[in-house]
Design a protein around this ligand. Structure first.
Ligand code: NAD
Length: 487
């Protein structure tokens, strides 16, 4: 290993909001700040509160106004883990921060680290998972439909897909990567997951330096385990990305060494993937590697590539040599205190590890999305029917008789009854387990003259005389294509 000359300091200081957080948060934050200071990173910290203490002070979001103001001012935050109190009805402060600043992109590098033994060691795993962070089932729109049937809406928007895909492409370009894998469940959820696939085909074609591919997300999970080297940048909707990014972190040593960035328009928040580890909090033995790696992403974000590189090499040398590691990654039985690990990393500043992948980083070219209500026009729109969701303990044939009677004299014919996505009337082969939640599909006999609302209201009143209906969905066609799933 050669020595690398100290880098020239960046001239102007960057102010960063530091949220130490809960549990081991303050310990790993202090450790990270020490290493950055020793490497002469030109960072000025503005410390801010969020998490358990904020909840104790009665701040329902877990993130006080001053903290939000600080992030809005600095545009960059380094954050320790925040506890989500269980059983008090409080929301997660993490989610509050992400949503307040619309940090729509979660970026998680997945890279093999020296000295961290895993079943995948030596495979040269080095990719990035880009996860949509604000849409999907995580929008949290849930309703009990009947006392025994729950529903969660999966909201996917075209512009949300475009944002995350352009971010994935920007990450690829910033890191000199070559391929973007769009992983979706488009084979089943053709409209929601299919939207990411479809928009991906359009948007990624605009990046000639990148190849792109589509992969069904369950196969993607399988491929990440059997041949993880094939991935470069993988982009996914929120829940798929949540699961697969944790799976990916497991390939290279687990949550304790996994960094991440949450990116939005004008705001970036960097944090370790792990939580507050309450069992070891206050003992001075936590591993600060994940937050330190997150801080390196932060330094690159503010353009200080040289200091990031210098610290990265010192960390790699420390892990490679295996001396003075914390208990969770120590090769010998005994680990050392956090401070001893920090001192070792600092002592290694200026040394170079041959194992740091050669990568020319450039700033991530984040597109600024105008603050408007995104409106997508269609050249033609038709209303062709309505799905009415009804609660009933009767069997499908009996329900069809009452619903057909209800539709008599209305503008609709009953076309189909479904149960949890399977057609149960008219009868088809097979056996569907029945619950008290049915979807009745009514089609207009002829196109409505106006907007169809009067006809739908009339139908609902007729159905309501015999059945409890919970919600309806209009069946529409946009630009000549069906805008609803088939039974
Ligand atoms: P956790 O990540 O805190 O702990 C999981 C295991 O990993 C524990 O054994 C812990 O001791 C160990 N561990 C984690 N980080 C470590 C580190 N840096 N050094 C050494 N060991 C480490 O997960 P959990 O126990 O499920 O969650 C605890 C709390 O953290 C919960 O309140 C949860 O809501 C919160 N949490 C916050 C975030 C966040 O702020 N982004 C993420 C996950 C969990």
């Amino acid at each position: 290993m050669d020595s690398i000359p100290p880098q020239l300091p960046v001239r102007s200081k960057v102010t960063v909001t530091a949220i130490p957080g809960d549990g081991i948060g303050p310990e790993v934050m202090r450790a990270t700040q020490q290493v950055l200071a020793a490497a002469d990173a030109q960072v000025e910290w503005e410390e801010a509160l969020a998490g358990a203490e904020a909840f104790r002070r009665g701040i329902a979001s877990g993130a006080p106004r001053e903290t939000l103001d600080s992030i809005a001012r600095t545009g960059v935050a380094l954050k320790g883990p925040l506890e989500t109190p269980v059983g008090h009805g409080e929301k997660s402060a993490n989610v509050a921060l992400r949503k307040t600043f619309e940090m729509y992109g979660n970026v998680r590098p997945v890279r093999e680290l020296p000295g961290i033994r895993t079943p995948f060691s030596g495979r040269g795993i080095d990719f990035v998972v880009v996860r949509e962070n604000v849409e999907d089932v995580y929008a949290g729109i849930e309703h009990m439909q009947t006392p025994g049937v729950a529903q969660c809406l999966k909201i996917i928007t075209e512009v949300g897909c475009e944002r995350i895909l352009r971010l994935a492409a920007a990450v690829a370009e910033a890191e000199g990567r070559r391929k973007v894998t769009v992983a979706t469940k488009a084979n089943i959820m053709k409209l929601t997951e299919g939207m990411l696939k479809r928009v991906g085909e359009q948007v990624l074609a605009e990046y000639p330096s990148l190849s792109n591919e589509h992969m069904i997300v369950d196969n993607c999970a399988h491929q990440m385990v059997i041949r993880p080297e094939q991935f470069d940048v993988a982009v996914m909707t929120n829940m798929n990305g949540d699961i697969l990014s944790d799976l990916a972190a497991g390939l290279v040593g687990g949550l304790g060494v996994a960094p991440s960035a949450n990116l939005g328009d004008g705001v970036a928040m960097f944090e370790a993937v792990h939580g507050s580890a309450p069992q070891i909090a206050g003992k001075g033995i936590a591993n600060p590697t994940a937050l330190l790696l997150s801080a390196l992403m932060m330094l690159r974000h503010v353009g200080d590539f040289a200091t990031a590189r210098r610290i990265e090499h010192a960390l790699y040398v420390t892990l490679e040599e295996g001396r003075d590691l914390t208990g969770d990654i120590a090769r010998e039985a005994e680990g050392v205190p956090t401070q001893q690990f920090v001192d070792r990393v600092i002592a290694n500043l200026g040394r170079e590890s041959a194992l740091v992948p050669a990568r020319e980083y450039r700033p991530i070219a984040l597109k600024r999305w105008p603050q408007i209500t995104w409106y997508r026009a269609a050249s033609t729109r038709e209303l062709v029917g309505v799905d009415v969701f009804v609660e009933s303990e009767r069997d499908p044939r009996a329900i069809s008789i009452t619903l057909q009677a209800a539709a008599e004299g209305s503008a609709f014919d009953l076309a189909m009854i479904g149960s949890r996505g399977a057609q149960v009337w008219p009868e088809v082969a097979g056996h569907t387990f029945l619950v008290d939640h049915f979807r009745a599909r009514f089609m207009f006999r002829e196109p409505p003259k106006g907007n169809g609302i009067a006809e739908i209201t009339d139908l609902l009143q007729r159905i309501g005389r015999q059945h409890n209906w919970m919600h309806i969905e209009k069946l529409q066609r946009f630009d000549g294509a069906d805008a609803y799933s088939k039974a």
